[in-house]
Design a binder for this molecule. Sequence first.
Ligand SMILES: C[S@@+](CC[C@H](N)C(=O)[O-])C[C@H]1O[C@@H](n2cnc3c(N)ncnc32)[C@H](O)[C@@H]1O
Length: 231
Amino acid sequence: MCGRGAASVCRASYGPFVDAKTEELRAAHDVLAELYAARLAGALDHMPAERAVLGLFCDLTLAAGLGTDVGDIGCGTGRLTPYLAARGLSPRGIDLSPGMIHVAHRDHPGFDFTVADLRELPFGDASLTGVACWYSLMYLAPSARPAAFGELARVVKPGGYLVTAFKAGDSEVRRGGRSTGLGVEFDVYWLSPREMERRVIDAGFAIVFWGGRPAEGQEGSPQGYLLAQRS
Ligand SMILES: C[S@@+](CC[C@H](N)C(=O)[O-])C[C@H]1O[C@@H](n2cnc3c(N)ncnc32)[C@H](O)[C@@H]1O
């Protein structure tokens, strides 16, 4: 497994996605890892809507009776992993950023975290009962979306589930990271709920729940939630 050592050790995991935008995104999230860990530790405790959607994902995934293996896709610092495990699932986290994976190992020892790109997942066909994509699909350029959503569908068993949380917007490209003051920037797209729904359906899922809430506090956009079952 990759992720405990130097970032360079992990470069082979990127597969075909070694391009300037991917490198910019990875490097930025390496820098952001400690900030995320500090800001987001315990955040779920104060976010009942997010707990409710994740809880529904856990309940439906367990009820499917297809096993407990799920992917935490774009897991960042791994903050969701203990929550998913406490609800009876067996999560495996993947993230593009070695820095994020390093922090995930440090802060959540005993869980499985790997450096990987969600466009080329290190999971077999129909090997997982679910995938959780929590604010991790907003970096995909339009041309990459069909294949990326298809990759998520590839690894989920028929009858299994996908859940995603996302910043809801107009799907236009923005530059993220600037507000952190850490000198990082990357492309980010706040997908419209309509596009998110269409991408998930086109990949082979059927929607079972969608929801949203207005922006709170420092959030720059409303938040969208979508839960879908693999056909
Ligand atoms: C906003 S953070 C969310 C992290 C975590 N899901 C959470 O809710 O705390 C987005 C994460 O997605 C990861 N990410 C972005 N693009 C990715 C890709 N193509 N493959 C894997 N991870 C990716 C980033 O490295 C970052 O850690």
